[in-house]
Design a protein around this ligand. Structure first.
Ligand SMILES: [Zn+2]
Ligand SMILES: [Zn+2]
Length: 258
């Protein structure tokens, strides 16, 4: 399984930087988990192969350029872009984003070949298929309805915490998996900003370390993501200081393989 955290920040020469204001993981050139930078960071060939998008929650950093992506591929798609999310999140996307005010209701529009975007409701706790992947979503502890994910193909299993503060159901799901190759976990704010992390339901490196005690697997790669760009250096230093094996900050733009 190939996973890339798409870039979402660029220097004045147009080169991607490591800062991560938006969240969008690309899996096997085919599926994305969240869609923050989907409309700005896909290559031409990826634009033609990505047709499934899992939206963990409707916060802007996770969906910012999803409308731009659908608009961009509107004329050429031969099958709809499928938006996989809980019914609650679908209802929010319909009400607040694809509402004919912020952007068109693409789910009711067609190109020459048919429907261009389709909402596919997922049920938490129940495995579903997305392209070649098996996915299970469970609620996590964030300020809006949000899911964490367990994602498998025949060979590899990975887990995404999404945005969350302390949580249990996600760890129970991950611990039930027979193997775990990689864990993507958020670390938004430095330890000195714990109050803000708690109020906005995110983790600091210290909180992340406590959460990892709930994990029964070991040996997998642990990649910290969602570091707020303004505090990236401080958070990265605190993550390194935890001294946890195989824990590192995920690099944007790099293709990881398991
Ligand atoms: Zn969020
Ligand atoms: Zn976020």
């Amino acid at each position: 399984m190939n996973i890339q955290l798409l870039p979402s920040s660029f220097d004045p020469n147009g080169r991607a930087t490591s800062a991560q204001p938006l969240t969008c993981f690309l899996i096997d050139e085919r599926v994305t988990v969240d869609a923050g930078s989907i409309g700005i960071a896909l290559s031409q060939s990826q634009r033609r192969t990505v047709r499934d998008v899992i939206v963990t929650h409707p916060h802007m950093d996770h969906i910012a350029s999803l409308p731009i992506f659908v608009d961009d591929v509107f004329a050429e798609v031969e099958e709809p872009i499928r938006i996989h999310a809980t019914q609650e999140v679908i209802d929010l996307l319909k009400r607040d984003v694809f509402n004919d005010n912020v952007y068109p209701r693409f789910d009711v529009l067609k190109n020459e070949r048919g429907v261009v975007m389709e909402y596919v409701p997922l049920v938490t706790g129940k495995e579903f298929r997305v392209a070649h992947l098996k996915v299970t979503a469970v609620p996590v502890n964030h300020i809006v309805p949000t899911v964490g994910l367990l994602v498998s193909d025949d060979k590899t299993t990975v887990a995404f915490s999404s945005d969350t503060a302390e949580t249990d159901e996600f760890w129970n799901l991950v611990n039930r998996a027979s193997q775990l190759d990689a864990l993507f976990i958020e670390a938004s704010f430095p330890n000195s900003m714990r109050q803000l992390a708690e109020a906005s339901k995110h983790l600091t490196p210290a909180m992340l370390s406590t959460e990892l005690h709930k994990l029964n697997h070991n040996g997998m790669d642990i990649l910290a993501v969602h570091l707020k760009p303004a505090y990236r250096e401080a958070v990265a230093k605190e993550i390194a200081a935890l001294g946890i094996d195989n824990l590192s900050v995920m690099e944007t733009g790099r293709v990881y393989e398991w």
